[in-house]
Design a protein around this ligand. Structure first.
Ligand code: ADP
Ligand code: MG
Length: 291
C-alpha cells in the first residue's frame, strides 16, 4: 500500500480506538481468517465477583476467610475477587506465613503453621485431595458459567468458592460480525471446559480451547497456523504475550497488562472487541486502494 493510504488507514484506526504499531501490521490484517479470543479480560470484563461460598462443614465466613488469607498476595483476578469479598465483609486478614502462586492451578499458602490450597481440580488431584463429594456442586456452578475454586487443607477438602465474570457489552456483536465476514472464531482459556463452554454459548462461539496452561497458549496459535490459517490472537494478560507474538497479528486489550500491549501489533484502546472487525475492514480497504 502507498504511504498515504497507510497514513489514512492508521488515522482512521486511531479515531476508532485502534492503535496500529506500523504500516505492515495494517497491511497484514486483511489476510486474517481465524481469530482466537482469550476469555477472561478479553471476552469478559475480567473482574470476577464472588457469587457462592459453600463449605462442606462449618461456616461460610471461616471458609471465605481462609481462602482470602491464602490469596492475599495473589495478583490473579480470581484471587483478587476472593480478597475483595472478604474485605467487603470486614474480615480481619493477616498475612499468610508463606504464599506461592501455581499458574494454571491456583495457590498454596501456609496459615498458622498449616498448609492450604485454593485452586482447580488439577491442583487437588496433584495434592491427592479427594473432591468426589463436591463434584455435583462444581458441575452445576460451571454450567452457569461460574468459575468454581476448591479450598482444601493438605488433608481434606473444606469447600467451594465460586465467582462469576460478566461478558462485555459488545463482545457478542463483535463475534457475530467476524463470523459474518467468514472468519473462524475461537475461545482460548485456562478455565475448565464446562465454564468456558457456558460463556462461549452466551457469545455464539462453538470452537473452545479450554484448560490450556499459560505456557501452551502459543502452541495453539501455531497449530492453527500449521493448518494454513492466518491467525489473529487477542488477549489482555501477561500469560497471553507469547501467543500474541506467535500469531500472524497480535491484538492486545488496552485495559490489560503492558506486557500484552508490548507483544502486540495492534491495541484496542477501550477493550471493545468491535475494534477487531473494524481493523480488518480498514486493512481490506487500505489494500484495495493500492490496486
Ligand atoms: P485464564 O486467565 O485463561 O482464565 P489461568 O491460566 O490464569 O486462566 O488460570 C486457569 C485456572 O487456574 C483458573 O480458572 C483457576 O481454576 C486456576 N487458578 C489460577 N490462579 C488461581 C488463583 N489465584 N486462585 C484460584 N485458582 C486459580
Ligand atoms: Mg485474560
Amino acid at each position: 500500500a502507498t504511504p498515504t493510504s497507510i497514513m489514512v488507514g492508521t488515522g482512521k484506526g486511531a479515531e476508532n480506538g485502534i492503535l496500529i504499531k506500523g504500516g505492515e501490521h495494517l497491511e497484514r490484517a486483511h489476510n486474517i481468517n481465524a481469530v482466537i479470543l482469550d476469555k477472561t479480560g478479553t471476552i469478559t470484563k475480567g473482574q470476577p465477583e464472588v457469587t457462592d461460598v459453600l463449605p462442606l462443614n462449618g461456616r461460610d465466613d471461616d471458609l471465605l476467610r481462609i481462602a482470602a488469607i491464602a490469596e492475599k498476595a495473589s495478583e490473579h483476578p480470581l484471587g483478587v475477587a476472593i480478597l475483595e469479598k472478604a474485605k467487603e465483609l470486614g474480615m480481619d486478614l493477616p498475612d499468610a506465613e508463606r504464599f506461592e502462586a501455581i499458574p494454571g492451578y491456583g495457590v498454596e499458602a501456609v496459615i498458622d503453621g498449616k498448609t492450604y490450597y485454593v485452586g482447580n481440580r488439577k491442583l487437588m488431584r496433584e495434592k491427592n485431595i479427594d473432591i468426589q463429594n463436591a463434584e455435583d456442586e462444581l458441575i452445576s456452578l460451571e454450567e452457569e458459567g461460574k468459575t468454581a475454586m476448591l479450598v482444601a487443607t493438605d488433608q481434606k477438602l473444606l469447600g467451594i468458592v465460586a465467582v462469576a465474570d460478566t461478558v462485555k457489552e459488545h463482545s457478542k456483536e463483535a463475534i457475530e460480525e467476524l463470523q459474518k465476514m467468514s472468519i473462524d472464531v475461537y475461545m482460548i482459556t485456562g478455565d475448565n471446559e464446562r465454564t468456558a463452554k457456558a460463556i462461549a454459548r452466551q457469545v455464539g462461539i462453538s470452537n473452545v480451547m479450554a484448560e490450556v496452561l499459560p505456557e501452551h497458549k502459543a502452541e495453539q496459535v501455531l497449530k492453527l497456523k500449521e493448518q494454513g490459517k492466518f491467525v489473529a490472537m487477542v488477549g489482555d494478560g501477561i500469560n497471553d504475550a507469547p501467543a500474541l507474538a506467535a500469531a500472524d497479528v497480535g491484538i492486545a486489550i488496552g485495559t490489560g497488562t503492558d506486557v500484552a500491549m508490548e507483544a502486540a501489533d495492534i491495541t484496542l484502546i477501550r477493550g471493545d472487541l468491535r475494534g477487531i472487525p473494524v481493523a480488518i475492514k480498514l486493512s481490506r480497504a487500505t489494500m484495495r486502494n493500492i490496486k
